[in-house]
Design a protein around this ligand. Structure first.
Ligand code: URA
Length: 235
């Protein structure tokens, strides 16, 4: 059993103060009965909550796909930079959201934001090997030796041993990279180890989940259950 106000705040209906105002103005019903006490205790799995006659579909966690633009850091707070959290629209926002995994400030593309810590861990744990696919524009076209080196699993200058990765040349100075772990600046460091500079980087896929081609840069949408499942296909 949980307090009604707490449930509504957790679903992004508003701040605690706003939710209190909403409840006191008789806009919330539990199983058809108007409830005006913010601390009224309910079991959200067994009751139907409505706000202005519309069902409030209580979800324990939320999973959001963001098409990250350059210029935003993958953090919940930052003193100097704009964070990806600023791109989450009000209707999807709730307390406890954080980016599941990091993209560099200048990297674009698929990012997942959630409040489900176990899910985020499953996604980002190097031991879990959820493959991440990147599109890269480079200052040089990789050659056969570069491709082999990625495939063999390289050891970076600082001694970090990496899992084998797939490098495919798409056209002049353009490539696709698939990595099974997510070490800090990994893609850039792998290319740097081969004397190649990454000029543009975009994450296209996490596991089997592709960035929606019609999701504009800087926009978010909620993941469906099948989107979530497709991430871990083959795991
Ligand atoms: N590898 C990088 O170098 N940067 C990213 O943002 C993601 C992977």
């Amino acid at each position: 059993m949980e307090r009604l106000d707490k449930i509504l705040v957790s679903q992004g209906i508003g701040s605690r103060k706003e939710v209190h105002r909403i409840i006191l103005s008789k806009r919330v019903r539990i199983d058809g009965v108007v409830i005006t006490k913010p601390d009224y205790k309910i079991d959200s799995e067994r009751c139907e909550i409505t706000l202005d006659g519309q069902a409030v579909n209580v979800k324990k966690y939320i999973y959001i796909m963001l098409n990250k633009p350059a210029g935003y850091v993958s953090a919940t707070e930052d003193n100097l930079n704009r964070t990806v959290m600023e791109l989450v629209p009000k209707e999807l926002y709730r307390k406890g959201l954080f980016p599941a995994g990091r993209l560099d400030k200048d990297t674009e593309g698929l990012m997942i934001i959630t409040d489900d810590g176990d899910f985020a861990h499953k996604l980002t744990s190097p031991r879990n090997h959820v493959f991440k696919t990147y599109y890269a524009e480079l200052d040089k076209t990789p050659n056969r030796e570069d491709i082999n080196s990625f495939e063999e699993g390289m050891v970076l200058e600082d001694g970090t041993a990496l899992m084998p990765a797939k490098l495919a040349v798409l056209s002049d100075k353009k490539a696709r990279v698939v990595i099974g772990e997510g070490k800090f600046h990994q893609v850039k460091k792998m290319f740097a180890a081969r004397g190649i500079k990454v000029l543009y980087l975009k994450r296209e896929k996490i596991g089997g989940l592709e960035l929606d081609s019609d999701l504009p840069k800087g926009s978010c949408r909620e993941l469906s259950k099948s989107d979530k499942d497709v991430i871990f296909i083959g795991k």
